[in-house]
Design a protein around this ligand. Structure first.
Ligand code: SF4
Length: 359
């Protein structure tokens, strides 16, 4: 009989009830009411590890805001159904478990289950919980038949709630397809359930290198010694690790917080890839950071840390990801003025730019 590993036991002991959470933190009336009212729509779910990181007394604790609901989640606004990611992605689903929006790459969603429920999530469950054997075969067939697909992103939900055997099946089946060059896994499990990163799991991943793990860290306090251990193991096994996380109002919309986060991640070989702003999701409007603010926050980090500690800024516009490349109206103005000055200066007078950076 299969002996359950620690991470499997932890997954079956997540906190889902108000009374359980109230033993660990002083719930406000607002939080307690929101937990009750959201039981059906998007229930409480917090791993024991993550719950141990929450401030028991401060309702504004950034980590607490990420996993404990408030009544703001129930403040629906007219027209928000247009922001439903499932309705949008349904237009790009050739079969269950596949979202094929862009040329050359697609999302593979073997499960929509998660290790904990992020209150800012834009997927929030969905229709398919776990692909059946027949649906899995169809999804793999779809990838095999379309030779333009070179990049497969295994996402969810949370792929790391699957057993090692199931993940091995997906990874080895994809590796056997000659036109699939890149395989990525997106996950928050190393943050919610650090015990998921076991030696045997990492060995299994390494068998399928080159493999990209993209993780969504949001706050530097999420990087505990246990989390560091998991990241070091994956780094040592040659897994390429990337950070792609949201900017969230009241959680990490602060350059000092992000600088600490990105610098720590880089020291653990997790390279900041992108930060996403302005995702409008029903029930998560209170987290939205808008473009000018996002640009100001990340822009203020430039030249204050290593270049690769500053990620790209991304948003979603009409369903497509848009990369901002660190450009802003202020920079455009500065650039134009500088060119104007340069034009009116003779070549002999022109001094080397003082602000060039090579990083
Ligand atoms: S881990 Fe990802 S998919 Fe799961 S709840 Fe959090 S943001 Fe959503």
């Amino acid at each position: 009989m299969h002996k359950r590993e620690q991470w499997e036991r932890e997954l079956s002991h997540v906190i889902t009830k108000r009374e359980e959470l109230a033993k660990l933190i002083d719930l406000t009336e607002d939080e307690a009411q929101a937990i009750e009212e959201l039981q059906e729509e998007y229930p409480l779910k917090i791993s024991r590890h993550y719950a141990s990181l929450l401030s028991p007394t401060d309702p504004n604790d950034p980590l607490r805001r990420m996993v404990v609901p408030t009544m703001k989640e129930l403040q629906h606004k007219p027209g928000e159904e247009d922001d439903d990611v499932h309705a949008d992605e349904a237009r790009y689903q050739p079969c269950p478990g596949i979202v094929h929006r862009y040329h050359g790459k697609l999302l593979l969603l073997p499960t929509l289950t998660c290790a904990s429920h992020c209150r800012f999530c834009f997927r929030k469950g969905g229709k398919v919980q776990h692909l059946s054997q027949e649906e899995s075969d169809r999804a793999l067939d779809y990838i095999r038949k379309d030779q333009s697909i070179r990049d497969v992103i295994i996402t969810g939900g949370e792929p790391l709630v699957l057993s090692d055997d199931e993940l091995y099946h997906w990874l080895s089946s994809l590796r056997a397809i000659p036109h699939v060059e890149l395989i990525r896994i997106t996950t928050r499990s190393p943050i919610y359930t650090p015990s998921r990163i076991t030696e045997s799991f990492v060995r299994m991943l390494a068998e399928h290198n080159p493999l990209f793990m993209t993780m969504s860290f949001v706050h530097p306090r999420e990087i505990t010694p246990d989390v560091e251990r998991g990241l070091r193991m994956m780094g040592d096994a040659g897994i390429v690790m990337l950070q792609q996380g949201p900017l969230l109002k009241g959680v990490n919309d602060d350059p000092a917080v992000l600088k600490r986060l990105y610098e720590k991640l880089v020291s653990l070989r997790v390279m900041p890839y992108y930060a996403i702003w302005g995702i409008h999701t029903p029930g998560a409007e209170h987290f939205v950071v808008e473009g000018p603010e996002a640009s100001r926050i990340l822009g203020s980090m430039e030249n204050k840390t290593s270049g690769f500690c500053v990620p790209h800024l991304i948003t979603i516009a009409r369903g497509d990801k848009v990369r901002m490349m660190g450009w802003s109206p202020e920079k455009e103005q500065y650039h134009l003025e500088r060119r104007q000055r340069a034009k009116s200066t003779t070549r002999a007078q022109f001094a080397p730019a003082q602000d060039a950076r090579h990083d």
